[in-house]
Design a protein around this ligand. Sequence first.
Ligand code: FMN
Length: 322
Amino acid sequence: MEDVCLVHQALSCLNWQDIDTGCLFLGKRLEMPLIINAITGGPGELTVINRDLARAARETGIAMAVGSQSIALQDTSARESFEVVRRENPDGVVLANVSALTPVADVVQAVSMLEADAVQLHLNIPQELAMAEGDRDFSVLLERIAAAVDKLDVPVIVKEVGFGLSRETACRLQQTGVTWLDVGGKGGTNFAAIEARRFPEGIGNAFKEWGISTVCSILEVKSTGLPYHVIASGGIRSGLDMAKAIALGADLTGVAGPLLRVLLTDSYAALLAQLQRYQQELKAAMMLTGAGDLKQLQQRPWVVTGATREWCFARGLLTAAD
Ligand SMILES: Cc1cc2nc3c(=O)[nH]c(=O)nc-3n(C[C@H](O)[C@H](O)[C@H](O)COP(=O)(O)O)c2cc1C
């Protein structure tokens, strides 16, 4: 995100009060284009964490995805930590989450557990390879995703967990019929590094720098010209980062790690304050680029520098004029 600059507009003739940071997501209005991204769920105190995250989503008018529901599909006592999210936020946007390897009947159950507005199917191959007990057979990924898109009556979002999405992946996913991608790029929570601490003898250490940054992933997906809705996540750390992602062409953004951290190390009030600060920072970036709403922000000029620029040229994502 440091390699992206939005171009300052000194003559931005907007009234702060008129700037609209809101958007429609899955037919519901959000006060800003943000998802509390998939984090957790399971027995014990995880219910309290998800309850607080869901309350914060409701109070600030944003969306929330739960962490992987696979545990609740195997153990009904873990369901409460997921169901609490819908109870706390009956009218909000709630996203189910399971591995993209999950058989379609289980995906249907995960969605109904939450009356979810959509389901995230996560891709995390580097993380699985870095875990001693991780999956090794990904041969059915595309067919499982296609089956979910076909069977479900809510949208499917294919989501990386921090290694990004390439143009080739976005093109291959087209055959599944999926229309929403969360790029989950490199630059934030790093599951190769996390798993390397658990399994130092595994592949995690060697792959700590693996992946495609969030900025490059957005541009990779946009370069396909395919009509994907794009969610930018992975290293989004402020409302300014949100603004940069939207200007690059994302429709929404997602944050996970920092929100969990502030809740666990500080308080619910601090979590709310952080989300409110994101909105103020986004609004300031809109004011300073002359964007009265998010559609206008998507049209505002930006400049990419440094290693990101090199990647973009190497991959043909930018022209000399950019
Ligand atoms: C503690 C923790 C648990 C996570 N669990 C899941 C998960 O179950 N499913 C998933 O799709 N992503 C999971 N993620 C990944 C996040 O949703 C997100 O894609 C990733 O952390 C990058 O965003 P960030 O840099 O804002 O943390 C988890 C992240 C964290 C920090």
